[in-house]
Design a protein around this ligand. Sequence first.
Ligand code: SF4
Length: 435
Amino acid sequence: MSVARGDVLVPAWVDHPERGRVACPAARLLGGSLLRNGLAVRYQDLAPPSPPSPAMDADGRAVLQVLSYLGRDGAATGLAAVSAPGPAAAAVTAALERWAAVMRTRRLVVGGVEPLCAGVRRARAVVDAVAESGRPTVVLAPDPVAAGPVIGRGSAVRGTESAAELEHILDGAVVVVGPAGVAPALRARIAAQGRTPVDAVCPLALAAQAEVRRFAQQGETVVLVGRNGHGAVPALLGQAAAGSVRLVEDLAQARQLEVADPGRVAVVLQPGLPLGEAESVAEAVRKRFGHVLPQHPSTYCHAADDRLRALTQLARACAVVLVTGPAASARETVRVIEQAGAAAYAVLGPEGVRPGWLKGRASVGVTAAAGAEPGLVQALVRTLSGLGPCAVELQEGATVASTTSDAMSAVAGGTAAVEQDPGRALVPVRTQPGA
Ligand code: SF4
């Protein structure tokens, strides 16, 4: 092992002659800072004999820099990096100083909401089971946000968005109808190919589709309050003859809507929308026509509302919230949190976190945007737990853990964590040249 000029080794732990094993769970925070400085970062543990003699440049020199603090049990936690002397070492020093400035005791508050709604989780389980058979699997999922998590596992699995693509589906492939469902016409085309699709449609999506069919069969014009482009919309529009289901996206469209018979109007809310927002549009439809038939409330999808409520609660509990997950939904989540009054930043992973975001923040929120892969929140919490003694708290849970590993099981297991005694001395203990 060697460290070239411009290379930096960032370990997840290092053995220090005075403090012993120094755990560095926040290694990727330091790595991110160094990457942004143009350095080539390698994550590599520095094993005994300590200090890590193998880390040398071409001249046989390297610099190990360690920043650490002691917990009440005497265990050391911190950050470390090995670089060649000169500019790389100076960049490491500067980055360590920036992270040292944000080391403190803090609460990490995990937004208590699943990044995948129940319908998508259920569909994903179906897809995983099918993919295990080893046959190519194609998921019909028009919404990329919903499709991503559903098809996330199983190398033979892919998503498709349109009927045209269906013609190219491999012989022998299993077709799975994704959580949003598909229009009956598309199902007919699948059947015409001699295939029997596996159904992974969310029961709430099916319930909304049944409401559209019921009203259309009664002769009502069905006003579908929804968003063009949302994955649930094609299946809902396709439940009745063209023209008998009208998509209305906002108040302006509701106020201008014209129908053949204003006395025969029903309203269905597209699942996946915040109900408050959809209901205000439905109310405008009601006002326009005087009377409309409403969908049964038992068929409402509450996933978006649950999420909004949890994000608002998180924003109230923390001055800053880190959001991880797919870029588009992370941006939307950031917008919601900012509207609720907290600063929020989207990160793809721990390396994206900037020290300035955490400065002076005693409470930091962490949440996953819709569609985030499982485990991203845990990775962020684990990383942030290396910036000083912390309490990890789940929004809805009780408090239990006092160490990083306790905290991680808390996050994974659905409980929460309590306060840990502040560590001794959040100080850089050593800058050690010529390791
Ligand atoms: S209907 Fe609601 S719960 Fe079901 S998949 Fe859609 S958003 Fe998720």
